[in-house]
Unconditional design. Structure first.
Length: 453
């Protein structure tokens, strides 16, 4: 059964911590990060052969795919296809990255309950880096050496490992950072809008909220890390090119953020420079800290728009009521609670499961989507090349667009490895929803990068 057929049947028809960034935020971005999610037994060879001889088209496809040769050097055995997930599971940033992991686990379970891929179960190999750069490097050596996988999804904290991904050629699908360095490695496939594109949609949102970009006076608050500086550079460029005023940047220490001090400085900028909007780089924990301190200091009428790391439900469910009015954030995925074909598939599958509560999050959708893309790419590689390897997976990932069931925009890596899909999201009381559909923001995303270089 092809992946698209499974999804179409399930839906009756016819994608960042936070980042990224992470809950305690992302210093390891600047350094370097086995669970099987389901236990159903795959069909044995005799059953697969019988179905291929006399079954319907879907089972013929699954059985035929099951005949693809084992490739143990790439994590493919007669029973399983191993997909790696790299990130922080038990360390200080696990709370944010956990939503992505939950989505990936749920997708693996969904696929395995629907017959697996190519006659094999998907095995999710979870490599916990505990937010430790040495562990990240060890984990990478494992999944490309003694315990290989066919592809990697997520890789929450490993910007410094990007050259290693490039030299080995192992596919990396949807890392949660969105920095310039990722665009230089062709075997990194981005599903989240780049900071430059998030800046484009954020400045469009600011203009609409203020009434005219010429009247906007924008300050940046960002984590004191290179990705934060990169976000600041893209906001400054985009605001000034559009005719607004850039009022400078304030930084938050990653390990010990001084929210009170930054909010005090922000209040001074409001008084001295007329700042009327903030562009924020951070994660759910940082968003919660900033919003809470702003309300405490009476700065509760200064709106903010942030990176995808700030599109986390916990800010709104655990923060003050003012959070819903103050903070919006850019992202590239709908919540599973939203209205789309694949959203419905997710909701129906996770209902009553361990993943139901996490499925409100946009990052859950991203994690689910990464597995679906990897599975469909494996089917393509088998059909097009007759074998599974890192090379054939890369060829499959760049062979044609992927339908996402509306969870995000159509994914198309045939001409580049970026995602030109972004919208600004706000909290509606139940989940984050886009202010405008993705297609309404398409014209403002310029696809221009390189400020970090």
């Amino acid at each position: 059964m092809t992946l698209l057929a499974v999804v179409a049947t399930a839906c009756g028809g016819g994608d960042d911590a936070g980042e990224e960034e992470t809950a305690a935020e992302e210093p390891a971005e600047d350094t370097a990060t086995d669970d099987a999610a389901a236990e159903e037994e795959p069909a044995d060879d005799a059953e697969a052969t019988d179905e291929a001889d006399g079954g319907d088209e879907g089972t013929e496809a699954a059985a035929g795919g099951g005949e693809v040769a084992d490739a143990p050097d790439f994590g493919v055995t007669s029973d399983t296809i191993r997909i790696g997930w790299m990130g922080d599971v038990t360390g200080p940033t696990a709370a944010a990255q956990g939503f992505n992991l939950a989505g990936s686990e749920a997708a693996v379970a969904y696929l395995n309950e629907n017959g697996g891929v190519l006659g094999r179960e998907i095995e999710l190999v979870v490599e916990d880096d505990q937010y430790n750069p040495e562990t990240m490097a060890t984990n990478f050596a494992s999944i490309t050496g003694d315990n290989p996988v066919l592809a990697v999804v997520q890789c929450g904290n490993c910007v410094s490992l990007l050259p290693d991904f490039g030299s080995t050629g192992i596919p990396l699908i949807s890392p949660p950072q969105t920095v310039d360095a990722q665009l230089e490695i062709p075997t990194v496939y981005n599903n989240l809008a780049h900071y430059g594109d998030e800046a484009d949609v954020s400045v469009e949102y600011i203009a609409n909220q203020i009434g005219s970009i010429e009247d906007a006076v924008v300050a940046v608050v960002h984590l004191e890390v290179p990705s934060g500086a990169e976000w600041n550079a893209y906001i400054q460029q985009t605001v000034e090119d559009a005719g607004g005023t850039y009022a400078g940047a304030l930084t938050l220490n990653v390990s010990a953020p001084d929210y009170a001090g930054v909010v005090t400085q922000l209040g001074q900028l409001v008084e001295s420079e007329g700042v009327n909007f903030v562009a924020f780089h951070g994660a759910p924990e940082g968003g919660l800290g900033m919003i809470s301190e702003m309300v405490t200091q009476g700065l509760d009428d200064l709106p903010m728009v942030g990176i995808h790391g700030l599109a986390g439900a916990t800010i709104y469910t655990e923060g003050p009521p003012e959070a819903a009015e103050l903070l919006a954030a850019a992202h590239s995925f709908l919540s599973p609670l939203d209205d789309c074909e694949e959203c419905e598939v997710i909701r129906e599958f996770v209902a009553g499961t361990e993943w139901e509560e996490a499925a409100v999050e946009l990052n859950f959708s991203d994690g689910w989507h990464e597995i679906m893309i990897a599975a469909e790419a494996a089917e393509r590689a088998a059909a097009d090349a007759g074998e599974l390897s890192w090379d054939t997976m890369n060829a499959a990932l760049t062979s044609a667009p992927f339908d996402t069931g509306g969870l995000t925009c159509e994914v198309d890596w045939t001409g580049g490895n970026q995602s030109l899909c972004g919208a600004v999201f706000t909290w509606n009381g139940e989940f984050m929803e886009p202010v405008q559909p993705f297609e309404e923001y398409a014209d403002v995303i310029d696809g221009e990068y390189g400020l970090a270089g």
